[in-house]
Design a protein around this ligand. Structure first.
Ligand code: ARG
Length: 547
């Protein structure tokens, strides 16, 4: 068992209640329990008294000393015993794996067809992929699902634009760019000729009604777009178990809207612009009356999402459904989940929401055509990394690609989900800051040592520098669980930064090969490498071999 967990369980059993260990400030021991505070109310005695008393009773092979301080009990581990617990595990593949055994459906990426994927989708893609990997590693069954926006008002506009302005040759060469060009042109032309809007609406209705010509155009858009998206997915190493799209849920959306009406969860709107529409009645929940079905029978993002949710529940029988989508859609998801609850869905439903992404201070809008193509983002990172590597004399195209793409991935993940991500290239691709390359460089340093010599290992009581690293290594399994519990890869990303920092530090001040402690340090370096490697994989980064 993980030594932290083992001590936590022991102390909890001694206290008679579950108590969580904390990492105390430097010098105050290795692990701390707020026992006095936890028990003061029940025992009606002062926290200091309680912790003094429990500290005295603590007797465990992993505990060298237990020191009461105020309401806390600070634990100093028996270092050698601690290392024994990790000896095999920490250097084996699968360190930190779990057997959680839940089933998840994760909706991520989910871009809109015939538009370029924007940076928000990139964040969703990366966060979702990483969550999928972490949850899978912990022993859950995970279905990764790409829910394409393959229906919506843009298709009316696109069909109109296509018939008037498309350049077939350009479309073949770079479909996403050409589709964007005519889409932007449409919005420019609408300013001059508002009737285009009406025309687009008619084309959309024809499409929804199954008009063969419009359907085949739409299929073409879809196929071309997917091809474009796949280029990005391939570079990122992202894959999905299921690719579906909103268009598959149009029928379902109509049906469920009727059903909600019959059940009294929805009603027909009586006045004004929405007259005749079926709306959900979420007044009591403070979530308004969102439209489900327009009076002309057109379905809505919300009703299609609802039909899709019901399908996911039935098809995969998950314990939890996650939606990795920008925070702008939080009202949508509150409405969606509230309706689902009213229909008796009692699964865990989570909007894993995230903030905006700024690339060098720009806000982007597809309508105006100010788009950053995601491939340009990846290319920029790779070029910068390549230049740095050439300066160091370590350049290879394969490693530059891995490190460059991983730098973008890491930058997205190290930011807390609710905060905005800011891309400043000097920072993103820096080999020394809080960046992906910095983490990967620690990994490469460990690898380089082990390439020269990888054993045999010798168990010794750790010195102070080694001990600081060992304690961090032992936290890996705990960090993974914390990351999963919070649905936030950021917890793992921050941890890898800490580990990389401590390892760089260790490396700068200690010898491994040729040192009397070589046999022990080789074990330590192997464990660091193992954790950094697994950590990178779980963050959807790709470990380089040289840099
Ligand atoms: N296609 C949507 C967009 O780009 C995101 C879809 C997210 N998933 C969902 N089930 N609503 O805004």
């Amino acid at each position: 068992m993980n030594p932290y967990r083992e001590v936590e369980e022991y102390v909890s059993s001694l206290a008679g209640v579950p108590v969580r260990g904390e990492i105390p400030p430097e010098g105050k021991g290795d692990y701390a329990f707020p026992l006095g505070f936890r028990l003061a109310r029940v025992l009606r005695r002062s926290p200091a008294e309680i912790s003094r008393e429990i500290a005295e009773r603590i007797e465990h092979p992993l505990v060298e000393r237990a020191v009461p301080e105020g309401g806390y009990v600070n634990i100093f581990f028996d270092r050698e015993e601690f290392v024994k617990r990790l000896w095999e595990e920490a250097v084996s593949p699968g360190f930190g794996r779990g057997e959680e055994g839940r089933r998840y459906v994760i909706d991520y990426s989910s871009p809109n067809i015939a538009k370029p994927m924007h940076v928000g989708h990139l964040r969703s893609t990366i966060v979702g992929e990483s969550l999928k990997r972490i949850l899978t590693y912990l022993g859950n069954e995970v279905v990764g699902l790409n829910y394409l926006g393959d229906i919506g008002t843009q298709f009316g506009a696109l069909i109109v634009a296509y018939r008037r302005w498309v350049d077939e040759k350009a479309l073949e060469e770079d479909p996403i760019k050409e589709l964007l060009r005519i889409y932007v042109k449409f919005h420019e032309e609408v300013e001059k000729d508002p009737s285009l809007e009406e025309e687009a609406r008619r084309e959309l209705e024809k499409l929804e009604a199954g008009d063969p010509e419009n359907v085949s155009l739409w299929e073409r858009f879809k196929e071309l777009s997917l091809k474009g998206f796949e280029r990005i997915y391939r570079r990122l190493g992202v894959s999905f178990d299921v690719v579906t799209g909103e268009s598959e849920f149009v029928e379902g959306a109509r049906r469920i809207s009727q059903e909600l009406l019959e059940k009294g969860i929805a009603k027909v709107w009586e006045e004004g612009e929405k007259k005749g529409a079926i709306v959900a009645d979420l007044e009591k929940e403070g979530l308004n009356h969102p439209v489900l079905l327009k009076s002309d029978g057109t379905t809505i993002y919300l009703s299609r999402d609802l039909a899709s949710l019901l399908w996911r529940v039935k098809e995969f029988e998950p314990d939890a459904l996650l939606y990795v989508v920008a925070i702008e859609q939080s009202l949508h998801f509150r409405q969606l989940f509230t309706i689902a609850r009213k229909l008796g869905i009692n699964k865990e439903l989570v909007h894993v929401s995230f903030g905006m992404v700024h690339v060098e201070g720009m806000r982007l809008s597809t309508r105006r055509g100010q788009v950053i193509f995601l491939e340009d983002i990846l290319d920029t990172a790779v070029e910068r990394v390549a230049a740095e590597m050439k300066g160091r004399g370590t350049y290879s195209p394969e490693d530059a690609e891995k490190i460059g793409v991983s730098s973008v991935v890491f930058w997205m993940l190290k930011t807390e989900l609710n905060k905005d991500v800011r891309f400043r290239w000097e920072d993103v691709t820096s080999f020394t800051g809080e960046s992906g390359p910095y983490v990967q460089y620690a990994y490469v340093r460990a690898r380089n040592i082990l390439e020269k010599k990888s054993g045999p290992f010798e168990l010794l009581p750790p010195d102070d520098a080694e001990w600081r690293l060992i304690k961090l290594i032992a936290r890996f399994p705990i960090v993974l669980r914390e990351s999963a519990r919070r649905y936030s890869p950021h917890v793992l990303a921050r941890y890898l930064l800490d580990l990389a920092t401590r390892f760089h530090n260790f490396y700068d001040h200690n010898r491994v090969l040729g040192d009397p402690r070589e046999g022990f340090r080789l074990w330590l370096v192997t464990a660091v490498k193992n954790v950094l490697e697994t950590g990178q994989e779980l963050l959807a980064m790709r470990p380089p071999s040289r840099m």
